[in-house]
Structures are given as C-alpha cells and as structure tokens.
Ligand binder design. Structure first.
Ligand SMILES: [Zn+2]
Length: 449
C-alpha cells in the first residue's frame, strides 16, 4: 500500500482544495437551498477523478448522485453518503462564514465539513488514488449519495425499493464516524430508528378570557393529561406493545458495551452537563446499554397559550406537542405510530390528532459480518490503535432503507473528531484526520477486495 499512501500524501493539498470547493456550495435540504447545484458540482468533481458519476432523478426530491466502478475482486462495496447539510443558524456564532471553508490551525471550518462532505471527498480521494496509481480498483465500488438525509431521507426508501440495483452490494461503508475525546476512532454497526409525531388538542374556535375556564374545555390540560399516559416517572413507555420485539444485546455486544464503558468518563460528561445524576442513576455498562439499546420517548417541544413575559390570562384554543421516539431493532416506525393512535383512542384521547412525519426504521449489522473485521483491522493499521466498535449509534440514519431492507451489512467510519460540532456553529474537521481517513478507505478497498 506504500505507493497508494505516498500518492495520498503528495496529493493532500489537492484533496483539501476539492473539499473546500464542495463545502463552498451551500446545500441545505431543510430550506431547499443549492441542492441541484451541489449534485451537479459533485458529479463534475467525481468525473474529474475518473469516476463515471451521474445524477439519478428522485420523485419529489433532489437527485441522487451515483456511480459504479468495476473492480478486480468478485465483491462490490457500496459507499453511502449525503451531500445535503443542516441550516447554519445561529449565524452570529460562526467565526468565519459557514460556506467560506476557511482553514485555521489545521482545521477546515464549514457547514457540512464533518457531516458529511469531508467523508464524501475522503472516499472519492481514496478511489482516485487507486485509479491513478494502480489503474483499477481491487473491489467493485458503488456510490450512493443522497440530498435529503438531514430531513429524514423521505424519498430514499421508496426510490431504492423501486430501483434496488442502485444499492445492491455485498457490504456498505456508512456515512460517518469520528475520533472520540481520547482520539480513539469509533466505528459503528447500526442506527436507531425514529418516529417523529406532533400531537394536537383543540378547544374553542378562538383564544378566550381565562375566566371561561369553569365551562370551556382547555386543550392544554387535555394534551398534558394525554402526554402523561405515554410515559411514567419510572421512564417506562406505557403504550401497549411498545417494547414488543425489542432486541437485547447479544453476549458479544454486551462484552463490547463493557469495553465502551471502560473507555468513557461518565463523571466528566455528567459534570459537563451540569447534572446531579443520569436518568435512573445509571452508570457504567448499564448506562451504555440504555444509551444504545433502549428505545426512547422524548417530548421535544410543547406549545400552548401565552408564554411571553409577565402574565396574560388566556384560555388557549389549541395545544400541541412534538415528540420523538428513537427505535431499536426490531421495532417498526409505522407500527409504533399505529400503537400510539390506538393507545390514545383507548385512553379516551381520540380527539387528539396525531401527525406523523420522519419515520425511519432501526437497523444493526451483526458483529461477525466480514466487513466489520475488514474496517476494524484496516483502522488498526492506519490509526495505530484498535477502534472502538459501537454495536449501534444512539442517533438515526436511513440505514434500514439503504441496507436493512436488503439484509446488507454496514459499518460507519469517518474523519470526524470530538470537537467537530456537526449541526452546530463552527463545524470543522482536522486536516490530518482527513488525510488519515483517505488512507483508511484506500486500505478497506484493498482488504475487502
Ligand atoms: Zn447530520
């Protein structure tokens, strides 16, 4: 691999320049800004590297960027990424313009640099190195790069059900991964699912003087009572059937949780958050098990009546709550919505409307899938230490749509670091991590081939 690594080192500046160019193109899916332009730019950048890329239309959404490059070995590796980014606010907390891609002290600052344009470009650079140095790839590679990940990939599952060939491969390298606060690389084998809903209670057809409270129903109270039936102070979700099929960690996963717990500094995290205790007093491996293997029910927002300064006596006409459920294998997002509706009906809150959006199923790759060992061993060689393997992330991504529905194993690895600030102001990557990440992908291609 010396020849490839040498090529990567000597072309580092060009790879950084490519990434700056991509980061300077805004592509905010939540606001529909710059998506087509970003897809076109990406295709042009891929073609310049000798990768036969093209866009594929998506009904109702921005195009996919795809490419297929044959390789020497019989296997094919899918690389999944997304070219869309989160909105930039709060803008005044950025030191430099979010789309300037400024480099300071060995870091590149840009919205999307860590999540996940840096990973896109690192993977393209690795393929370029193979094509330029050896003239061919050791394994077939497919790229699948979507433009709606940050808004829950609303069209991806359906697109791939209709056109499974866009994703079909033997294994998948997922979009991201990062070094933790001790600079140990973390890779992960799964994601939680999500079921995001809005509950709304209605009362009179307009806000009223609160003196009407003895005779007029108050939707804020109705909503609060209904919410109280969803989860108890024991943290158990009370929707019948919610925990059906929830998979407990395997012995191999449990051993991994112990290893993760030994590396974590829970006390520092607790102090940093200004908390007296974690939920239910959790510590150690049990805390990690809850974090990665337990589903959640979280009230994300509550709206009703007047909440400005001072007092305003008002009986509100409506009240609403935004709630997300993070799901684990083998829960299904659609079934959870159905169980929630049924539960509200049975508890006599059938008048509360449930609007579901952002449904994604969970997915997890088994520990013994060959790609896991390939990614971990290649990481050990490039990074000089064994990575921490997370059986799953606590967060969500469309891994079920891309891999789960085809039973394909997936491993997430990437160029992020603990202070990369994805989704926040001053998102950044360290350039040294970027170059190291390119080498990691180049070695994965060799080993998987
Ligand atoms: Zn993101």
């Amino acid at each position: 691999m010396d020849d490839l690594f040498r090529y990567i080192d000597t072309h580092g500046d060009a790879f950084i320049h490519d990434l700056q160019r991509l980061c300077r193109q805004p592509s905010i899916s939540a606001q529909g800004v710059g998506l087509e332009e970003c897809a076109s730019l990406l295709v042009a950048q891929m073609q310049a590297k000798g990768i036969p890329a093209r866009t594929e239309p998506v009904r109702g959404g921005p195009p996919l960027v795809v490419a297929e490059i044959p390789g020497d070995g019989p296997r094919t590796l899918l690389i999944y990424d997304h070219y869309d980014v989160q909105p930039v606010d709060p803008l005044d907390e950025w030191t430099s313009d979010p789309f300037a891609a400024e480099i300071r002290d060995g870091c590149l600052y840009a919205r999307g640099s860590q999540d996940t344009k840096g990973n896109i470009m690192a993977r393209l650079a690795a393929v370029e190195a193979w094509l330029r140095v050896r003239g061919r790839l050791p394994v077939g590679v497919k790229f699948l790069i979507e433009g709606e990940e940050e808004i829950g990939s609303p069209h991806l599952g359906e697109t791939l059900r209709e056109r499974p060939e866009l994703a079909r491969a033997d294994a998948c390298i997922w979009e991201s991964g990062a070094k933790d606060h001790r600079d140990t690389l973390n890779i992960y084998l799964g994601v939680k699912g999500i079921c995001y809903v809005e509950l709304e209670a209605s009362g009179a057809n307009r806000d009223l003087h609160s003196s009407a409270g003895a005779t007029i129903p108050n939707p804020a109270w109705r909503l609060v009572w209904a919410l109280a039936t969803l989860k108890g102070p024991d943290e158990q979700v009370r929707i019948p059937g919610f925990y059906d099929g929830v998979a407990e960690p395997s012995p191999a996963e449990m051993a991994q949780l112990e290893r993760i717990a030994a590396q974590r500094d829970d006390e520092a995290i607790r102090r940093d958050l200004g908390l007296r205790v974690f939920l239910k007093g959790l510590t150690g491996a049990e805390l990690v098990r809850h974090h990665l293997f337990r589903p959640t029910c979280t009230i994300c927002g509550l709206t009703a009546g007047y909440s400005g300064p001072g007092s305003k006596t008002v009986l509100p006409r409506r009240a609403s709550a935004k709630i997300d459920f993070r799901l684990v294998p083998n829960q299904r997002a659609e079934e959870i919505v159905a169980k929630l509706r049924e539960h509200l009906r049975r508890e006599a809150y059938g008048d509360i409307t449930v609007r579901a959006f952002g449904l994604e199923d969970p997915y997890k790759t088994p520990f013994d899938a060959p790609i896991v060992e390939v990614v971990a061993e290649a990481a050990e060689e490039v990074y000089g230490h064994a990575p921490i393997i997370l059986p799953t992330m606590a967060a969500t991504g469309p891994m079920h749509a891309v891999c789960g529905q085809f039973g394909m194993p997936a491993v997430g690895t990437g160029i992020g670091h603990a202070k990369g600030n994805s989704h926040g102001p001053n998102e950044n990557i360290r350039l040294a991590d970027y170059i190291q990440g390119i080498k990691h992908i180049a070695l994965i291609l060799e080993r998987f081939g």
